[in-house]
Design a protein around this ligand. Sequence first.
Ligand code: ADP
Length: 240
Amino acid sequence: MLGVERIIGRKIMVLDEVSSTNDYAKSIADEVPEGTVVVAKRQSAGKGRKGRKWVSPEGGLWTSVILKPGFVDPRIVFIGALSVVDTLADFGIPSGIKWPNDVWVGERKIAGILVESKGEEHVVVGIGLNVNNPIPEELRDTAVSMFEMSGERIPLESVLKSLMFHLDAWYRIFKEDPFLLMAKVRERTFILGRFVEVVSEDGKIAGRAVDVLDDGSLLLDVGGSLKKVLYGDVSLRPLW
Ligand code: ADP
């Protein structure tokens, strides 16, 4: 470990390298206070959903926050997504949520959120945000970084500070009034109104994304009938 630091009264564990900040955070979740943050300079086995690889070389913000809400709720992913959108806005970068767990700038992904639970009560919110890290050749068309958008290197610490500030705020709002959180999610979800294809456990379904419901699910208009999707992989149909 590189060290333990404090940002806005919070314990931050800074690691040189770890397989996955989420795995590390889950392993310590029972022993540390709520709000503890794990940050790694590099992840040797960063992961997305379904075990997909998350490329995480030095220069990006690879972090996991330990929350202890006392229950597991699929909407917790949006606490992370909204915090990233607000953080990017602090740095002058407009972005939107690609339901359910990514943040995009234009048509490219800048961040991914991976929420995992530890038992029934503890939750780890993993956030991978491309800041100054290089984007590998094979992801050039689909991924983007803050550096690419702003044209300058941004200190990771200032990004982390902003992210933690927003995360605290959205977590509080979620606990007090989850409908307020979902109203903001609806506002920030850029896929609404667009034709999408969603691959979920029930198979593939295509339609127009109409709404994000209060339970966090996506509502699709499939040839005139409304279908609710709880979770899935969304791909966007081209605009033209
Ligand atoms: P999604 O929610 O878009 O399906 P996942 O959460 O499964 O994505 O994340 C893994 C996928 O994200 C990978 O398959 C790859 O296409 C993409 N990816 C991996 N690393 C990065 C990165 N640093 N920035 C943007 N996209 C990435």
